[in-house]
Unconditional design. Structure first.
Ligand SMILES: [Ca+2]
Length: 319
């Protein structure tokens, strides 16, 4: 990786959100500057606590975590069967020692962009609630980030019928927010779920995580079994998809990208639900977004496990 990156994370932590954070904590060339929580895999309140838990599990105590608004849907989109009711496999983890900041996650997004224009990379791997709220506060807010990446959507609309039953949870958890963000002219890189569903841990990689004694690997192994149990029927063996981690890796390192397209992204019905799809022709009112529709998945999988098995980035204040 050629240059140091300063990350703002927008996360609904969430087992794979936690895995992405652990990966970044083991990556010496990036620094997590701030975290904003959003609803989705669990409540925004639980996601904020979980973000603090992940940071503290690696001895990191100096990264601010801001709380985002809860789901506008009644009832909220449900994901407890995937991540547990608390978002982290219902392990009964103790409360973190640190506290959330007093600032809302959308306010934090707007403020950081203004304070450090062109410096920060925003990586959003949950519903787009906070990004849509930031755009309402300031329509130029996302343009002040060096880059904005989002995990979600499908790279292109199904011409006839999809062979895979993709489930676009980050769109389903707040469709209105997704519509607002994709109608904006903010530059956004989309890492679609038809790519992230291909990022599946091998038995050897699972074994390596289980055996390792780093804090990232030990925390990862505490939450991975719940996730693998959920994915086992879909994958056909005991493993899981690394959705948020592959989005994070692509966001910080373009060399993972093997193919990309520019497409309008719109929300359309899909089976009994709705998906955000890339469109083959430009759509009025939906400025084209960069969609990474292929990446070097095998190299990413090795990279992910290496980051869990290496030291925590010493740039953080740890104890
Ligand atoms: Ca997520």
């Amino acid at each position: 990786m050629s240059e140091r990156r300063h990350l703002v994370l927008d996360v609904d932590v969430g087992i794979d959100d936690a895995l992405m954070m652990l990966m970044f904590l083991g990556e010496p060339s990036v620094e997590i500057v701030a975290v904003g929580s959003t609803h989705g895999n669990c409540t925004a309140a639980d996601a904020a606590l979980n973000a603090l838990r992940v940071l503290e599990a690696c001895g990191v105590h100096d990264v601010p975590v801001a709380l985002g608004p809860e789901s506008p849907l009644d009832p909220p989109h449900q994901a407890s069967h995937v991540h547990g009711f608390d978002g982290l496999a219902d392990l009964g983890l103790p409360l973190p020692s640190g506290a959330i900041t007093g600032e809302s996650a959308p306010d934090q997004l707007v403020r950081l962009g203004r304070e450090r224009p062109g410096e920060l990379d925003l990586i959003a791997v949950g519903p787009l609630t906070n990004l849509a709220a930031a755009l309402e506060l300031d329509p130029a807010s996302l343009k002040r980030y060096r880059s904005v990446a989002w995990l979600g959507g499908v790279s292109i609309a199904p011409a006839e019928e999809l062979v895979n039953d993709y489930y676009d949870a980050n769109t389903l958890s707040n469709p209105e927010a997704a519509r607002a963000v994709f109608a904006s002219d903010s530059p956004i890189t989309v890492i679609p779920i038809d790519l992230s569903y291909r990022a599946i841990l091998s038995d050897e990689q699972l074994n390596a995580i289980e055996r390792a004694d780093t804090p990232q690997a030990q925390f990862a192994w505490s939450i991975l079994p719940f996730y693998c149990n959920f994915y086992e029927p879909w994958i056909g063996r005991w493993s899981a998809c690394m959705h948020d981690p592959i989005a994070g890796a692509v966001a910080i390192d373009d060399s993972f990208v093997t193919h990309e397209v520019q497409r309008s992204v719109v929300l359309e019905p899909y089976k009994d639900r709705v998906h955000a799809h890339g469109q083959s022709e430009p759509v009025a009112g939906a400025p084209p977004k960069r969609i990474v529709d292929d990446a070097d998945v095998p190299r990413f999988m090795d990279y992910f496990v290496e980051r869990l098995l290496g030291p925590v980035n010493p740039a953080y204040v740890t104890e």
